[in-house]
Design a protein around this ligand. Structure first.
Ligand code: PLP
Ligand code: ZN
Length: 407
């Protein structure tokens, strides 16, 4: 099975090993576990000047002729946060600003590739289940590709996230229940209509594969591999993409090791961190979601397999999994905004919020170089200002109000 861009790929079930056709974008037909993509041949090259993930058209097996569908979803900035590194006694903390992807989350990397692949194999439209961010990605890339888009989201999706995907002319469908219900609806719609399902769990192996681009970026931007990468984690495709991407780079002789990848989850929905703490082999679905961290509130109902694959991937990297309270996430999110000038949504801050616990547990050592993935923008879910605005009805009063505030 030959891909384009000079690489050859196979799709294989992560549990039973059954091989599937390259256009298969669904769980394993035999056992229901995730199907993942494996590169059989091909190396690393960067198509300088190509946009977004098409810079990696070769290593990701994307068709260079599809590059017009890109919105620029790669090489987001990496910045050092000195005060954060000093506070935790680390050698360096780098923030990967993936919330600056075109629609405000890293999901753009996955969806750009999945939409292009779907269109290439004749899909007549795009369907996507989402807690908000993947919906914005699917709506934008679907519009760009000229395909109709159906978005399936939980009815309690935050308003800012609904607005973010509503602008592109897609059909928005709100369904009651948690994310797992939306997930099931999207699968049903895709089955019936010949739509490509670009839901960013492990459903679409090409979406997951494109997340390797985040590892390729870090390799280029940091001049090698960091010691650890802390990743906001729901089902875990981003974890999978980072580990697989660094494994690629190691196989190609470009880095000497794979960083330890840490899965960070909110305490109120932490199926992977719970399995880690119990030393379990398998992840069980989460019973009752009790977190406001939108995007990390997937109980994995009906596809706990996905969590198990992520757990195995974390172990393979030598990493760990950790749960963080909503309060701590919100505190660190405000600190990131007020002290570092970076405004992310709660999910985007959870990696930074996990650093203290990771230091206490000894999972991060003094002097190590750590990357925190900032996965989603604050603009869809803004922090309330800590200080109400001053108001004034005239020039004189405005000047007086400011003088009073600042003396
Ligand atoms: C989807 C999402 C995540 C979780 O990513 P997974 O790859 O599903 O584990 C983290 N942060 C944000 C902002 C997201 O939208
Ligand atoms: Zn299988």
């Amino acid at each position: 099975m030959t891909g384009v861009g000079g690489t050859e790929w196979r799709l294989r079930c992560a549990v039973c090993g059954r091989e599937h056709a390259v256009q298969h974008a669904a769980p394993c037909l035999d056992c229901g576990a995730p199907v993942t993509a494996h590169r059989v041949s091909g190396g690393f090259d960067v198509a300088e000047g190509a946009p977004g993930v098409w810079q990696y058209a070769g290593p990701l097996g994307l068709d260079p002729a599809d590059a017009w569908m890109s919105l620029g979803e790669t090489m987001t900035p990496v910045i050092p946060d000195g005060p954060l590194a000093r506070r935790h006694g680390l050698g360096a903390v780098h923030l990967k600003l993936d919330h600056l992807c075109p629609t405000g989350s890293f999901k753009d990397r996955a969806v750009a590739a999945a939409v292009a692949r779907g269109r290439g194999s004749g899909a007549t439209g795009i369907v996507c289940a989402s807690s908000g961010n993947a919906a914005a990605s699917a709506a934008a890339y679907g519009a760009r590709a000229g395909l109709p888009v159906i978005l399936v989201m939980p009815s309690r999706t935050p308003r800012g996230k609904l607005l973010a995907s509503g602008a592109y002319g897609a059909t928005q469908l709100l369904v009651d229940g948690d994310y797992s219900v939306s997930f099931a609806v999207a699968r049903e719609l895709a089955r019936r209509d010949g739509y490509a399902n670009v839901t960013t769990t492990y459903v679409n192996p090409w979406a997951v594969t494109a997340l390797r681009s985040a590892a390729y970026d870090l390799y280029r931007q940091l001049d090698g591999a960091p010691d650890a990468v802390v990743v906001p984690t729901s089902a875990g495709p981003l974890v999978h993409g980072l580990v697989s991407g660094f494994e690629d780079l190691r196989a190609w002789g470009l880095v000497d090791r794979v960083p330890r990848v840490v899965a960070a989850q909110p305490e109120g929905c932490a199926p992977i961190a719970r399995a880690w703490a119990e030393g379990a082999e398998r992840v069980r679905e989460w019973e009752q979601v009790e977190t406001d961290v939108s995007g990390l509130d997937d109980p994995l109902r009906g596809y706990a397999h996905d969590g198990t694959l992520t757990l195995e991937t974390v172990r393979r990297s030598g990493g760990t999994a950790v749960a963080v309270s909503d309060d701590r996430v919100e505190r660190e999110r405000r600190r990131l905004a007020e002290a570092s000038g970076v405004h992310v949504e709660p999910a985007g801050a959870i990696g930074v919020a996990a650093l203290e616990e990771l230091r206490i547990r000894g999972d991060l050592q003094p002097g190590e170089r750590v990357v925190c993935m900032l996965t989603g923008t604050g603009l869809k879910r803004p922090l309330e200002s800590g200080r109400p605005p001053l108001r004034a009805e005239s020039l004189e009063r405005a000047v007086a109000a400011v003088a009073e505030e600042t003396t």
